[in-house]
Design a protein around this ligand. Structure first.
Ligand code: C5P
Length: 398
């Protein structure tokens, strides 16, 4: 999808700039031409030499470099591209874009371009959450600027939260989506994700260790392929992806209601770790110790099985229903049995034994169980798993 496309890559000044060198490689691997532009502060993080060596092109750095102006004015430079990508997009660059400033080469190109612009924000979590940045983001979205990320994670500054630049492959996927009407254009795909919280009383609940990372990555990848995604999420650790319709829920029963309301869909992916049981005798007020030493007895009721319900719909069933099986032993056999029991088309099975580090971690090793049998995928990061699943869904719906 990127073959023959010309990408103007503006690299802002942030520690994530080093990932932009890998981004250049990834874009070129897919046949794109990359023309790099470094801001002054970007040069503190990556050198013009390494950037131009990887891009196989001259690096543009200065608005007032008359040779560049003679060769190609800034207007032409911004318009010769098919897509402008800003990675990393710093708080400063986003502020300039939102405010319409044009006081260096990067900001001038962004003002002069008539092409789609995709930004990959990267900054400290406090800077990302600052009302000014969030205001600028809203302005940029209103202006039709596309965004990818930021991701949640550990940051170079030692803090944790949203602000990490998306990984190069995610940015590549977003660039592909920006440049093409993806294969899932016009398709509605429903994705459930995250854990559910089942109340014990108004302040306590039963939950599980799902971070929502895999479901979020799948929703993002589906959107990148052009799908119209409804993302029904329990209280997850990771922020929902941009560009999807988010429906936030707490309990399994709320999730079921949200899923029913979101149908019909062409495909449905049930990545949520739904609590199998809810507390039947949940208290309407905070439970208190009574000093007797007796712990309260909780009784449980089974939650509705959302995946089974949708898989077994007689009318209006999505063409493709995908379930997940998180198992700790006999993964393939259990997942195969689960597929038959639930009635879904595919089961994405994984081993969530603590020693695998998969639950709550960044990697996943999955086996896809379908009519065709078991397809064992190598251990990949969750973004890569998501992209492969999204591509397989696109194939199945084609
Ligand atoms: O039965 P089990 O919880 O192992 O099945 C896992 C699969 O079923 C996942 O795809 C999960 O999202 C889905 N599920 C559901 N509703 C439930 C329980 C599980 O949709 N109540």
């Amino acid at each position: 999808m990127l073959a023959g496309k010309r990408i103007l890559l503006i690299v802002g000044g942030g520690i994530a700039a080093f990932k932009s060198l890998d981004l250049i490689r990834r874009l070129r691997e897919r046949g794109a031409t990359v023309t790099p532009v470094l801001t002054r502060s970007a040069e503190e993080f990556v050198t013009p030499l390494s950037t131009s060596a990887l891009a196989g092109q001259k690096v543009y750095r200065d608005l007032f470099d008359l040779t560049d102006e003679a060769e190609m004015g800034h207007i032409e430079l911004s318009r010769a591209a098919d897509l402008v990508v800003v990675a990393p997009a710093t708080a400063d660059l986003m502020g300039k874009m939102a405010g319409g400033l044009a006081n260096d080469l990067a900001s001038t190109l962004l003002m002069a371009t008539d092409k789609r612009v995709l930004i990959a924000p990267a900054m400290n979590v406090r800077m990302w959450e600052h009302p000014a940045t969030q205001r600028n983001l809203a302005t940029l979205h209103g202006d039709g600027i596309l965004t990818v990320g930021p991701d949640v994670g550990d940051m170079a500054c030692g803090e944790h939260g949203p602000g990490r630049m998306s990984e190069p492959l995610e940015i590549v996927a977003a660039a592909e989506a920006a440049l093409a009407d993806g294969p899932l254009k016009g398709k509605h795909v429903l994705v459930t994700s995250g854990p559910t919280h089942e109340p014990i009383d108004p302040v306590r609940y039963i939950a599980n260790r799902s971070s929502g990372a895999q479901g979020t990555a799948i929703a993002r990848s589906l959107a990148a392929l052009g799908a119209d995604v409804t993302f029904v999420t329990g209280p997850a650790d990771v922020a929902p992806p941009l560009g999807v319709k988010v429906v936030a829920v707490q309990t399994a029963r709320e999730m079921k209601e949200a899923v029913d309301a979101a149908l019909p869909a062409d495909a449905a992916v049930f990545a949520a770790a739904v609590a199998d049981w809810r507390v039947e005798n949940a208290s309407g007020s905070k439970m208190k110790k009574d000093g007797s030493g007796n712990a309260p007895a909780l009784s449980f009721a089974e939650n509705p099985d959302i995946l089974a319900g949708v898989s077994q719909m007689t009318a209006g069933r999505p063409k493709l229903v995908v379930g997940f099986a998180a198992e700790t032993d006999d993964v393939e056999a259990n997942a195969t049995a689960k597929r038959a029991r639930k009635g879904c088309d595919w089961i994405v099975a994984n081993d969530v034994s603590p020693e695998t580090g998969i639950m709550g971690g960044s990697e996943n090793a999955v086996t896809i169980i379908s009519d065709a049998g078991a397809d064992v995928w190598p251990r990949l990061n969750k973004e890569q798993v998501a992209m492969k699943i999204a591509a397989k869904i696109a194939e199945a719906l084609a």
